[in-house]
Design a protein around this ligand. Structure first.
Ligand SMILES: *Cc1c(COP(=O)(O)O)cnc(C)c1O
Length: 383
């Protein structure tokens, strides 16, 4: 059999395969427990914390899309990040970006405070700092593109540096999804996802996944997920797979809309800067083009006029909703300084380059004309 293309895997993996009635859609299996076939003989399933068909099919599909050995589906993206960090011991150091997702920052800082492992936060774009931090480290955690400034890290080079230092590499691939970036093919050892975002894509499930490149890295994660019970629920897995079926078409159209929005924003006199690697003159454009198969649907921009301009902008906008999260079919606008990155504190925000005038957009599936009209109205309100 020829290898199927990723969009085919997303649309059809597991279809018409495991139901006695011939159901096309893999049925939802809510049972918490399974009948043994006889003395000391299970059907392959015995108890739903250990394994469940819906969770397993989602894991298998994600592993195929990321080209990994297998995956563990978790209750949230944070549970996935925590599971990926679970093999670290007390003396171990994890190197992480100083501008990583706020929840990841909090988890790393809190586990380090409790003595579970050590953490070094670095600017992952600063190769010298990264090299220095990696000496003696056990793990490198990457997020690319970064949130909210859309900085892009060279995954191949970072993996090379980490592996030479004896560290494994985790990449948080939430912002692009496997439709647009496959870190395991660039040398990473693990990928983590908040499937809450593009993979589910409909803003109605919180979930996560860890995908491991190799079987021997996967087995301890499966065992630990069973030990702690950090697993995703069957219904959530069913919903997430339903969303994943359309990932490739959604993200392609959302990217087209995002490109239109980025071009529009750049022409506005009230905009100081647009951060979208899809723009040909974006500093990350060439690197993004070399390791991604698209630029995605996330971008951010800096408004002139600081907080008063931001307030007027978000009061006037109608189609974009002021909300956290991202990757759904509906467009959202977030103000990182008071929302997603509020917990970082003003000093850490300034160090990471997140100003008070910065707005982040998750561009959805609306008609691009309506999105641009909406932005026109918001800019008129601050003019
Ligand atoms: C949302 C998000 C997470 C956390 O995922 P949850 O599903 O909210 O727990 C981790 N990393 C990134 C980049 C995210 O956007």
């Amino acid at each position: 059999m020829t290898t199927k293309k990723p969009a085919t895997i997303a649309a059809t993996n597991g279809v018409a395969q495991w139901d006695r009635y011939g159901a096309i859609v893999p049925p939802l299996q809510l049972s918490s427990t399974y009948a043994f076939e006889g003395y000391d003989k299970t059907s392959g399933y015995d108890y739903s914390r250990s394994a469940n068909p819906n969770r397993d099919l989602l894991a298998e599909t994600l592993a195929k899309l990321e080209e990994g050995a297998g995956a563990v589906v978790t209750a949230s993206g944070m549970a996935a990040v925590d599971l990926a960090l679970s093999q670290l011991g007390q003396g171990d150091t994890v190197v992480a970006p100083h501008d990583c997702y706020g929840g990841t920052y909090r988890l790393l800082a809190e586990r380090a405070r409790r003595g579970d492992f050590r953490v070094a936060f670095v600017d992952q774009g600063d190769v010298a700092a990264l090299k220095a931090a990696l000496k003696g480290a056990a793990l490198l955690f990457l997020e690319t593109p970064s949130n909210p400034l859309m900085r892009v890290t060279d995954i191949r080079r970072a993996c090379d540096l980490a592996h030479r230092a004896g560290a494994k590499v985790i990449v948080d691939n939430t912002f692009l999804s496997p439709a647009l970036q496959r870190p395991l093919t660039l040398g990473a050892d693990f990928v983590v996802h908040s499937t809450t975002k593009f993979i589910n894509g409909h803003s109605d499930v919180v979930g996560g996944a860890v995908i491991a490149a190799r079987e021997d890295d996967l087995a301890p994660l499966i065992a630990w997920a069973n030990t702690t019970g950090t697993i995703g629920a069957p219904f959530d897995a069913y919903m997430t797979l339903r969303g994943l079926r359309t990932l490739f078409v959604r993200i392609a159209q959302q990217e087209r809309n995002a490109a239109a929005v980025a071009g529009f924003l750049r022409a506005q006199p009230q905009v100081k800067a647009v951060h979208y690697p899809g723009l040909p003159d974006d500093p990350a454009h060439a690197l993004a083009a070399s390791q991604q198969s698209g630029f995605g649907a996330m971008l951010s921009f800096e408004l002139e006029g600081g907080i008063p301009a931001v307030q007027a902008f978000v009061a006037a906008i109608r189609i974009f909703t002021l909300a956290e999260s991202l990757g759904g079919v509906e467009s959202l606008v977030a103000h990182p300084a008071t929302m997603t990155h509020a917990a970082m504190g003003a000093e850490a925000r300034a160090a990471a380059g997140i100003g008070d005038g910065l707005l982040r957009l998750s561009v959805g599936l609306e008609d691009a004309d309506d999105l641009l009209d909406d932005l026109r109205r918001a800019f008129a309100a601050i003019a």
